[in-house]
Design a protein around this ligand. Sequence first.
Ligand code: HEC
Ligand code: HEC
Length: 195
Amino acid sequence: MSSATTLLTAAAISIFALGYASAQEPALQPGEALAEWAGIYAVLSHPRCANCHVEDDRPRWSGPHYGATRVHGFNVQRGTDGSGLGNPGLRCTTCHFESNSKDLHGPPGAENWHLAPAEMVWWQKSSAQICAQIKDPTRNGGRSLEEIARHVRDDKLVGWGWEPGAGREPAPGSAEETYLALERWADAGAPCPVE
Ligand code: HEC
Ligand code: HEC
């Protein structure tokens, strides 16, 4: 075979392979998309995420390191101005810095530490409830699903959930895996489970 023919054959094979690969990756079937959501829910409902996504005014502490799940110590609250930054005089950043304390039971940290807005509530919510909430722009900060996925991949507070500091169990998987799962789920029409 001449080298030109070899090259052409190689090119034809790769074009065929490309077409084949995309033809092999159709959107997920409904059951598969729901399984994808179940993995996403496992992250969102994990204490490292849900403890900051509460409906009332108090972040939660939970996991073996904390004993029982309970409200955050020191009477910490969302803040009288509703900002999530804490009450004047006891802001989150009084104790939470930009990185984790190295001490067991020391305050964890990440850039811009504060409580999620009350409408972005996940703590003690069901899979169906969180699914509906995350798709609703009036309750997700006006985001598209693509923007939600990118927020999960890139945001520093979210990233903390996988590097939560000494003694705390990280959220399942990784930010990148959760991002990819959100993309696949969105491409499949973002189905929600029925209660
Ligand atoms: C320290 C508190 C804190 C932690 C921990 C935290 N979040 Fe958030 N989260 C926030 C705040 C504050 C916002 C609002 C940001 C905005 O709208 O700009 C938010 C918004 C979001 C949003 C977009 C709005 C929505 O509800 O759809 C997503 C998605 C999200 N967080 C994912 C996560 C995931 C996943 C984890 C865990 C791996 C996590 N967060 C952990 C504070 C936190
Ligand atoms: C007086 C200091 C102080 C203030 C103010 C404070 N925290 Fe904390 N926070 C801590 C300490 C200390 C820990 C770690 C406790 C431990 O590991 O036993 C912690 C842990 C946390 C955790 C981890 C819980 C978990 O289960 O992983 C979250 C989330 C949190 N704080 C959110 C906030 C938010 C949001 C604010 C502001 C509204 C805030 N904190 C204000 C001291 C503080």
